[in-house]
Ligand binder design. Structure first.
Ligand SMILES: [Zn+2]
Length: 382
């Protein structure tokens, strides 16, 4: 998400961004309000007033969604869970929360906070509306914001993961069973049920003569199904990897390459020949840096034959690493969070190997071929 978003500032230390797809939905909402919704309710406004009110309403809609996300984020931070960013995009907002909530109670309050904020905004506009009833644009705007915030609150309370209601549901199952994995599995399957129901409902609507609304409903259902399915896949991986250590999957025969090699020779003699994509760089026999395709791309092609690895490498003290006896699952999550494809593996003061995504996939394939952990039997209490 971060790659396609435009930063617009920070609130409580959380980076707020707009995804490119946000502009599409912003334009669509403004158009719908300015061309249809307001003209239908208020017949005698000047044209410019329809559009002015439409733009103001669309901005407040997104402010409402931002507040909804801030609701989740502030509660998450109160429970000590770091929140990196909030991005507004096509379907609303998404908070980049760095870890799973520490307990079922925390999960419950983090999840319910968003819909409660939306509900509160709806009530606030409901209370204000009579005060501005003589000013038609303000009254119309308040009416729409009551409707949209109520809608956001109710939609998000559908008990299918990954919607907020699904998280609330997961928290409840989690607290009853004491098993977060099991709870996630139940909530994600219920999420898939609601997603498929939305797709069917959307297609039905399309045939019933509401193609726009039907398509939108089906689209949201499809998106939710992808998210719920991804969650189930992740559970499978977690089940397979839990209980296994980095040392079991890492590559140890990382033939280190000397720091005075040029990038050109690295590409010609090592990358093309071995197919490997990440290397440890050594100085007098000791690893000092990391060389990946990323570091190579950072150097202009014309300078490859003159640039030494010592100049281009990522020094080891700056790179994120993982210890050999860390959980493999934790290492994979670390890669995802940091957006990297490999981690140098350390033991004590020394680098003892390298863990790449390919290593993890190979390890999983080997486990499956050996018939180990096929049913995600790493279901230790967590
Ligand atoms: Zn939410």
């Amino acid at each position: 998400m971060g790659r396609h978003s435009i930063p617009i500032g920070r609130i409580f230390g959380i980076a707020i961004g707009l995804d490119y797809s946000w502009f599409v939905i912003f334009a669509a909402i403004t158009w719908m309000l300015g061309a249809f919704y307001y003209p239908a309710d208020f017949k005698d406004w000047p044209t410019a007033l329809y559009w002015l009110t439409a733009v103001a309403t669309a901005i407040l809609v997104f402010a409402s969604i931002l507040l909804h996300e801030l609701g989740h984020s502030v509660v998450a931070m109160r429970y000590g869970v770091p929140v990196r960013s909030i991005t507004l995009y096509l379907f609303g907002g998404v908070s980049q929360i760095d870890a799973e909530p520490p307990s079922a109670i925390a999960e419950f309050f983090v999840a319910i906070a968003g819909p409660l904020v939306s509900l509160f905004i709806a009530i606030a506009f409901y209370a204000v509306r009579p005060l501005v009833s003589s000013v038609e644009p303000l009254s119309g705007l308040a009416g729409y914001l009551i409707y949209i915030n109520l809608g956001v609150a109710l939609f998000n309370l559908i008990p299918g993961y990954p919607l907020d209601g699904g998280r609330v549901f997961r928290a409840i199952v989690w607290s009853i069973t004491g098993d977060m994995r099991r709870a996630t599995q139940v909530a994600a399957n219920v999420g898939r049920f609601f997603a498929l129901a939305m797709i069917f409902g959307g297609v039905w609507e399309m045939f019933e003569g509401n193609p726009g609304g039907g398509l939108w409903l089906a689209f949201i259902g499809w998106f939710l199904d992808i998210a719920a399915t991804a969650q189930l896949h992740q559970l499978t991986y977690q089940g397979l990897l839990t209980g296994h250590k980095v040392a079991q999957a890492m590559t140890t025969d990382t033939d280190t390459i000397p720091e005075d090699l040029t990038i050109q020779s690295l590409v010609d003699e090592h990358i093309f020949r071995s197919g490997r994509r990440s290397f440890l760089v050594e100085r007098q026999g000791a690893p000092v840096g990391l060389m990946t395709l990323q570091q190579i791309r950072d150097v202009p092609r014309s300078e490859w034959s003159t640039t030494r690895l010592a100049q281009a490498m990522l020094p080891l003290e700056q790179s994120i690493s993982v210890t050999a006896d860390s959980e493999l699952w934790a290492a994979l999550q670390k890669m995802d969070r940091k957006g990297v494809n490999q981690l140098p593996v350390t033991r004590g003061d020394g680098v003892v190997g390298m863990l790449t995504r390919e290593d993890i996939i190979t390890f999983l394939a080997t486990l499956q071929e050996l018939g180990i952990g096929r049913h995600g039997d790493g279901s230790r209490p967590s």
